[in-house]
Each structure stands twice: as structure tokens, then as C-alpha cells.
Design a protein around this ligand. Structure first.
Ligand SMILES: [Fe+2]
Ligand SMILES: [Fe+2]
Length: 159
């Protein structure tokens, strides 16, 4: 393991926040898989389980990077999962969570570029590109449900 002293402290902070957010996403998608299954939305449940696995793979890569840098994984701020009464509302919560993750990776990437830390910059930028794609796919899913104009959260039991 490399010594943590060679890595800027803020980069270690970004990694810790990233791990917390990826774990939060795992918890959220897993909760949504269980909820949609209970509503009889089997296809949605299958997809949410796939999202869970993708987010686990992100957490795995962050842990690998932390160990490479000589720091102990220490995710400490798990967001509670945000339940809802229908699929549209669940997906709106996911759009918000993915936007938070994208913002973190974008900031971390910019910071590494300014610092000239190529290795960590590439690490965060790869995650950024994947999460941008992920955010787009969740938004497309939401659009495909044909939410009526003027829809307010919680209006229907499920779509
Ligand atoms: Fe992720
Ligand atoms: Fe994601």
C-alpha cells in the first residue's frame, strides 16, 4: 500500500464522500426493488436490482482505490432511502441522488486536474462519465412512464 501522505487530503475526503454516496445508492435501489416487487412491478424490481449491483461495483472500485492510497475505507454518512407510493416518485428521488453523485465526481475531477493529480483525476472522471450515463438512463426511464403534466408527488398509488 502507498503512503496516504503522497495524496492530497481533499482527495481522500472525496473518496470517503463517494463511498458514502455509493452505499446510499445501494440502499436506495435495494429498497426500491423490494417496494416495486411488492406492488407487482416485476420488471421495475429486476431493473432496480441491476442498479444495486452497478452501484456495488462502484463501491468496490472506490475501496480498491482507497486501499491503493493507503487509507481505510470509512464511509460514515449514509443517506436514508427515500420511499414513495409509486414508481414515478421513486425515480424522481433517484434523479436527485444521481445528480448529487455526478456533482461530487465533477468537483473531484476538477480538483485533481487543478492539482495535476492525473491518476486520481482519471479515476474520478471515469466514475463521472458512468454516472452521467446512469443519470440519463434513469431520466429516460422516468420520461417513458408518461407522467401527466401538473403531476404532484404521491398523487397515485403506482403507475
Ligand atoms: Fe454509482
Ligand atoms: Fe449511479
Amino acid at each position: 500500500m502507498r503512503q496516504a501522505t503522497t495524496t492530497h487530503i481533499r482527495i481522500l475526503g472525496y473518496l470517503g464522500r463517494a463511498l458514502s454516496l455509493e452505499y446510499s445508492a445501494i440502499q436506495q435501489y435495494m429498497t426500491q426493488a423490494v417496494l416495486t416487487e411488492s406492488w407487482g412491478l416485476t420488471d421495475a424490481a429486476v431493473r432496480f436490482r441491476q442498479e444495486t449491483v452497478e452501484e456495488m461495483q462502484h463501491a468496490d472500485r472506490i475501496i480498491q482505490q482507497m486501499l491503493r492510497l493507503g487509507v481505510v475505507p470509512n464511509a460514515s454518512q449514509l443517506n436514508p432511502a427515500r420511499p414513495a407510493r409509486n414508481l414515478v416518485d421513486l425515480l424522481q428521488h433517484d434523479v436527485a441522488l444521481e445528480a448529487e453523485i455526478v456533482a461530487l465526481y465533477a468537483e473531484a475531477t476538477r480538483f485533481c486536474e487543478r492539482l495535476g493529480d492525473v491518476e486520481n483525476g482519471e479515476f474520478f472522471n471515469t466514475l463521472l462519465q458512468e454516472e452521467l450515463e446512469h443519470a440519463r438512463s434513469i431520466e429516460d426511464w422516468l420520461k417513458s412512464l408518461g407522467v401527466p403534466p401538473g403531476y404532484r408527488e404521491g398523487e397515485r398509488v403506482y403507475f
